[in-house]
Design a protein around this ligand. Structure first.
Ligand SMILES: [Zn+2]
Ligand SMILES: [Zn+2]
Length: 224
């Protein structure tokens, strides 16, 4: 999810080619927030970092990448398999990139952007959702998570909720590590009266219509 061309929430392998297809400039991205170390959330990093490594892209301020502890090592390991020759020369050294790894929930600031990391419930992984203070707005992003108490944090003082809804078919059994339609209906019941939009993502099928909820599609544009 790319917000205002400058904030990236998660980075699947398909994200960078999609950005080029849509004429988006990856060099404009100032911050990336990674929720957890599953492939669909960070295996896009080798594609994003390669143009900096080979000098196709340059930037004046470092790219800030925030994620759970182990993110930098995991990224180096993925790059080792992705671009072996480049990796041997030092895949991540001297790049205009700063990794900020998070071990515990709490507030932080990187590159002038304030955020709060919230523990989420995702198959016993170290996994975070984020509240990000983007100018006047507070963006809440659940990452991948099952039901847990921390989700209430995403409903307080937010301007936009971006939530996973993996079990988007109401007939599906909801697993412990992901959310289903009933959770999204509950979020909408809280946020819709306050006029706060919800963007549902990480969908496996088109969810049923829920007032106040937009189902995000790959490549889609949303003005909220
Ligand atoms: Zn996951
Ligand atoms: Zn996922």
């Amino acid at each position: 999810m790319l917000l205002d061309d400058r904030l990236l929430l998660g980075l699947p392998p398909s994200a960078v080619p999609e950005m080029y297809r849509q004429g988006k400039d990856p060099a404009k991205i100032g911050h990336i927030f990674i929720s957890h170390l599953h492939a669909d959330h960070y295996f896009g990093l080798p594609f994003l970092l390669l143009p900096y490594r080979v000098g196709i892209l340059t930037r004046e301020t470092p790219l800030q990448i925030v994620g759970p502890k182990g993110l930098a090592d995991a990224t180096a390991e993925v790059c080792r398999y992705a671009w072996p020759g480049i990796h041997r020369k030092g895949c991540l050294t001297d790049l205009p990139v700063v990794f900020t790894e998070i071990e515990e929930r709490g507030e932080g600031e990187v590159g002038g952007l304030r955020f709060e990391a919230v523990y989420t419930n995702h198959f016993d992984m170290l996994s975070f959702g984020y509240k990000i203070y983007l100018g006047e707005r507070t963006i809440a992003f659940t990452g991948d998570t099952g039901e847990c108490e921390a989700l209430d944090r995403f409903l307080e003082d937010v301007s936009l909720l971006i939530t996973e809804c993996t079990h988007s078919d109401p007939k599906e059994t909801v697993s412990a590590g992901h959310l289903g339609v009933d959770s999204i209906r509950r979020f909408a019941a809280v946020l819709r009266p306050r006029g706060i939009p919800i963007l549902a993502t990480h969908l496996t099928s088109e969810p049923p219509p829920i007032e106040g909820v937009t189902a995000a599609q790959d490549g889609g544009h949303y003005e909220l």
